[in-house]
Design a protein around this ligand. Structure first.
Ligand code: PHB
Length: 403
């Protein structure tokens, strides 16, 4: 296959496998610096646009979308949140990020980030091929890696590049190209999943609510004035078919119920998905001429809303080192990528794990476990150090001097 005839051969400095936010933002950043890319994805644009993902952006990520010229739609359609609510013991506790650490976050769904980036690529004349198949990444231990693929119309193509970026998500095939004996995979599974819904209902709260209850975790998020996004902890093997609208609302209401009489505003459930998640990191993030970015190299549980933000940080650093590597510094410039990216990755791994454990009820949790958890939650909301810790981690870490 590696040398079978193809219909076209294209040459470009950087080939990108994966047209999610990480791949497209990298292409956008490189494009602004005059470096050409070709981006490939096995999914169609429509498939990516209609897959619900998380919705919280760090202020820095939101600023970068606007300031690098992707789009300023976030300023109109996004919602700036200066804090979030932790609910436990049947009571609400607001964490005021802005007052504590001077930052806020933006509620702006990842699907909208993707749409903005895909539109920006089109507007700027960038090349993105959706719906491709049989993608092969070849010769990554040389200075002339290649990517071969079959386009949606069945024609075969080859891209000759100087670097290949694997931004192909949590089921990455690029990361498997790092030889088994030279890579390390770190991770853990969780004994629960999230049941995610979209409901046609008014907003129940102006900001997100992360709720702990003896029945398990729930998260109340929003999409628009008329459509809401919510999640509740469920078993990893749960089937959506077993859940009627009534059962879903009963479960959600029980998890947010409290002495203040708070109730969610209900409406028809228009989408249901069970989301399994895990913590995962693969090192190294680079092998020869191939570099991994975003979920391909690391995934986090969704509880801390870190995933997309982390991917965006990766590609900011990666665009910088790739530009240097393609310029006078040469390939050695890429050595800086992993250490710069990984520091934030492990911070985010810790925070996502911590927040997941803080809020979920493990199967078989004892009365002691539950009380201890309430003690920890009380420490978080009841001490300035606790509130500040959560705020700093949730709004993202300031970029280090070199970033
Ligand atoms: C979402 O709005 O989908 C969302 C928000 C925060 C999270 C996870 C998901 O931590």
């Amino acid at each position: 296959m590696a040398d079978a005839p193809v219909d076209t051969v294209a040459s470009v400095p950087v080939a990108v496998v994966g047209a999610g936010p990480a791949g497209l933002m990298l292409a956008h950043r490189l494009g602004r610096a005059g470096v050409g890319t070709i981006v490939l994805d096995t999914r169609t644009r429509r498939e990516i646009e209609t897959t619900q993902r998380a919705g919280i952006l760090e202020a820095d990520v939101a600023r970068d979308l606007v300031e690098t010229g992707v789009s300023d739609r976030i300023l109109r359609d996004g919602h700036e949140h200066e804090g979030t609510e932790l609910r436990f013991g049947g009571r609400a506790h607001r964490i005021h990020f802005k007052a504590l650490v001077g930052e806020s976050v933006w509620l702006y769904p990842q699907t909208d980030v993707f749409i903005d980036l895909a539109d920006a690529r089109e507007r700027d004349g960038g090349t993105v091929h959706f719906g491709v198949r049989d993608t092969e990444v070849l010769d990554i231990t040389t200075d002339a890696p290649r990517v071969r693929y079959t386009a949606a119309d069945g024609s075969r193509h080859e891209i000759r590049a100087r670097y290949v970026v694997g931004a192909d998500g949590s089921r990455s095939m690029c990361r498997d190209l790092v030889p088994e004996e030279r890579r390390t995979r770190y991770g853990r599974e969780y004994p629960f999943a999230w049941f995610g819904i979209l409901a046609e209902a008014p907003m129940s709260a102006p900001e997100l609510i992360y709720a702990h209850s003896e029945h398990g975790f729930a998260l109340i998020s929003q999409r628009t004035e008329a459509v809401q996004r919510m999640y509740f902890q469920c078993g990893p093997g749960e089937s959506v078919d077993a859940w009627s609208d009534d059962r879903i609302w009963e479960t959600l209401q029980a998890r947010v119920a409290g002495e203040d009489g708070f109730r969610l505003k209900e409406g028809p459930v228009v989408e249901k998905t069970v989301l399994r998640f895990r913590s995962f990191v693969q090192e190294p993030m680079r092998w020869g001429s191939m570099v991994l970015a975003g979920d391909a190299a690391h995934t986090v549980p969704p509880t801390g809303a870190r995933g997309l933000n982390l991917a965006m940080h990766d590609v900011k650093v990666l665009a910088d080192v790739l530009l240097r590597a393609l310029g006078r510094e040469g390939g050695a410039a890429l050595d800086a990528y992993q250490p710069r990216a990984l520091q934030r990755v492990w911070r985010a791994q810790n925070f996502s794990y911590w927040m997941t454990r803080l809020l979920h009820t493990a199967p078989g949790a004892s009365a002691f476990d539950l009380r201890r958890q309430l003690g920890e939650l009380d420490n978080v909301v009841g001490t300035r150090a606790g509130r500040t810790y959560l705020s700093e981690q949730y709004t993202g870490w300031p970029a280090s001097a070199q970033d």
